[in-house]
Design a protein around this ligand. Structure first.
Ligand SMILES: [Zn+2]
Length: 206
């Protein structure tokens, strides 16, 4: 793509780093911004910078948070002995929307995916294993999407905590294989948490 302006080219290049945004879409967005009042672009830029600067991650569960401990972890009415293991904040939001889960979460920050260069060390796995080994946990529930990467991640964590005497379960698969959690409807997702199955049993079914 040839640009007559280096400024436009730079903006397009930055914009096209975003997922799902190709160069053409980036150019369309940049030209749109140019047609908007200047302060509109300022609001957008400021919102992004402030979000990036001020956002924190919960010290305990790694959920996105405005303070050291997120609202879920600091809620004494939640059952802190049941941990639901999820990929990212979108899953926390989806499960919270079901209103069916009163435990706490552990946000891994992704799934093990050798193709994308994501190994266990890049994910929040160590802190989860430590939590389990500290003896403060009764049950962990895997709620990753049932893709190959999700299954690999579940299995890796399961092996890491293998000798701990806790219940390891996985959400029931009302959700068809390959579906992302966030797209499952609330009723289905809520049911799949209530009707979770022992993780070992899910291994035998595969
Ligand atoms: Zn938290």
């Amino acid at each position: 793509m040839e640009f007559s302006s280096k400024l436009i080219e730079k903006a397009v290049n930055e914009m096209s780093q975003l997922p799902g945004i190709g160069k053409r879409t980036a150019l369309r967005l940049v030209l749109h911004l140019l047609k908007q009042p200047k302060e509109q672009t300022g609001f957008l830029a400021q919102a992004i910078v402030t979000m990036r600067e001020d956002i924190k991650y919960c010290d305990s569960c790694h959920n996105i948070s405005d303070s050291v401990l997120c609202e879920i972890c600091s809620n004494k009415n939640r059952n802190h002995q049941i941990i639901c293991v999820v990929e990212d904040i979108r899953d926390v939001m989806a499960i919270e929307n079901t209103g069916q889960f009163r435990g706490i979460y552990h946000v891994l920050g992704g799934k093990i995916s050798p193709i994308d260069g994501v190994g266990p060390s890049q994910l929040n796995i160590t802190t989860l294993v430590q939590k389990v080994k500290s003896g403060s946990v009764n049950e962990i529930i895997f709620a990753l999407s049932s893709t190959m990467e999700g299954d690999t991640t579940n299995f890796y964590i399961y092996k890491q905590i293998g000798d701990s005497e806790i219940i390891v379960s996985t959400i029931a698969r009302g959700i068809s294989v390959g579906d992302e959690l966030e797209y499952a409807d609330e009723v289905t997702l809520g049911r799949s948490i209530l009707h979770r199955v022992p993780f070992e049993k899910s291994l035998k079914n595969n």
